[in-house]
Design a protein around this ligand. Structure first.
Ligand code: NDP
Length: 330
């Protein structure tokens, strides 16, 4: 008999989450049946999307999210005992999974061989954030050599990868992040310029860093930063709208009407959900892995120890404490 621990969404989020939004519970799991397997979490992900997404779920739901887990019991030959899997099992230590049930956009899968790289990358550069950067940047921004690219949320899981891919494509890359330390770090991984949005005059610094204007903007944050970057976009510029983390903990709109720039500069802006490329999932992971091996992609992770610290890691990430991908080690 296996008893799982799980984090419950105990109270509706308003503003930044606090301890009272979460409750730790135990659940006795049913036996593993035909086609099912039992997974034991090793690393769990905390991601910005959890903040807005949970609002759609009833109070009392298990917190949603991806994890890297080990198969410890199985009645499904595709998920043998000992395999490491990625599954969107939520904030739980143990899960009985029937891979034929659940969201078809994000089925569980056995992780490809990461060689010497840590399994936690299955939640970061070699997982959903890596594919978000790979597809969301290349497919939507279609960067060309010599162009100028701006990335907001630049020291985070997705942004730090986008900036490096932009360098691989021969672009000049400007990152916007929330501390001097983060700005220093992204320059060590290849960004040409970094702007600390908390202390700098973003508009003035961006004009200096991008004297010929901005061709591509990968937007992780929305809000005021986006309004400023959009003001410096070139004609026929491309904006990939990945997320609006600056708004997730706010309850009001914070920006002015953007339509004028869109019309006068003929900008193209496209939103996306990474699940659009589910069919090409392994392509993204394999390309990013190749770039890691070639030394072209560098990663950093912020690892919080202990399943009991899931809420702490989540709030810390929302407040910008993470460099690169934020994960929790059980
Ligand atoms: P990150 O690792 O970037 O962590 C979140 C970061 O957001 C923090 O570290 C913090 O960095 C930054 N942040 C917090 N508040 C603000 C603010 N007010 N203004 C500017 N930055 C802020 O997270 P991810 O890389 O996982 O996600 C980045 C974005 O991509 C999010 O918007 C997320 O929702 C989106 N996303 C979208 C997907 C899709 O399919 N469309 C898939 C995956 C992610 P700092 O210290 O710099 O402030």
């Amino acid at each position: 008999m296996v008893v799982a621990k799980k984090w419950i969404y105990a109270k509706s989020f308003t503003g930044y989450p606090t301890d009272e939004n979460f409750r730790l519970e135990e659940e006795t799991l049913a036996d593993v049946k035909e086609n099912e397997f039992l997974a034991e979490a090793i690393f769990l992900s905390v991601d910005p999307y959890m903040r807005p997404y949970m609002l759609q779920y009833p109070i009392g739901s298990t917190m949603i999210g991806g994890q890297v887990a080990k198969v410890v019991e199985s009645k499904n030959a595709k998920f043998p005992v000992g395999a490491y899997v990625h599954g969107n099992f939520g904030w739980r230590t143990h899960t009985v999974c029937n891979p034929n049930k659940g969201d078809p956009n994000s089925p569980p899968y056995v992780l490809p061989d990461f060689g010497q790289e840590p399994l936690s990358l299955g939640l970061g550069m070699l997982g959903m954030p890596g594919n978000t950067a790979y597809f969301g940047f290349l497919e939507i921004c279609q960067p060309k050599q010599g162009e100028t690219v701006v990335v907001s949320g630049a020291a985070g899981a997705v942004g730090s990868i986008v900036g490096q891919i932009a360098k691989i494509k021969g672009c000049t890359v400007i990152g916007i992040a929330g501390s001097d330390e983060k700005c220093d770090w992204i320059k060590t991984i290849g960004f040409d310029h970094a702007i600390n949005y908390k202390t700098a005059d973003i508009d003035a610094e961006l004009k200096k860093a991008a004297p010929k204007g901005v061709d591509c903007y990968f937007d992780n944050v929305g809000g005021k930063i986006t309004e400023i970057v959009r003001g410096q976009m070139n004609t026929l510029g491309r904006i990939s709208v990945c997320g609006t983390v600056s708004c997730y903990n706010q309850n009001k709109a914070m920006v002015s009407d953007p339509q004028r720039d869109f019309v006068w500069k003929q900008l193209k802006q496209q939103g996306f959900l990474v699940w659009q490329w589910t069919e090409r999932w392994l392509e993204g992971i394999q390309q990013n892995f190749k770039w890691i091996q070639e030394g072209k992609l560098k990663y950093r992770e912020t690892v919080t120890e202990g399943f009991e610290n899931m809420p702490k890691a989540f709030v810390g990430m929302l407040k910008g404490e993470n460099f690169g991908k934020a994960v929790v080690k059980v």
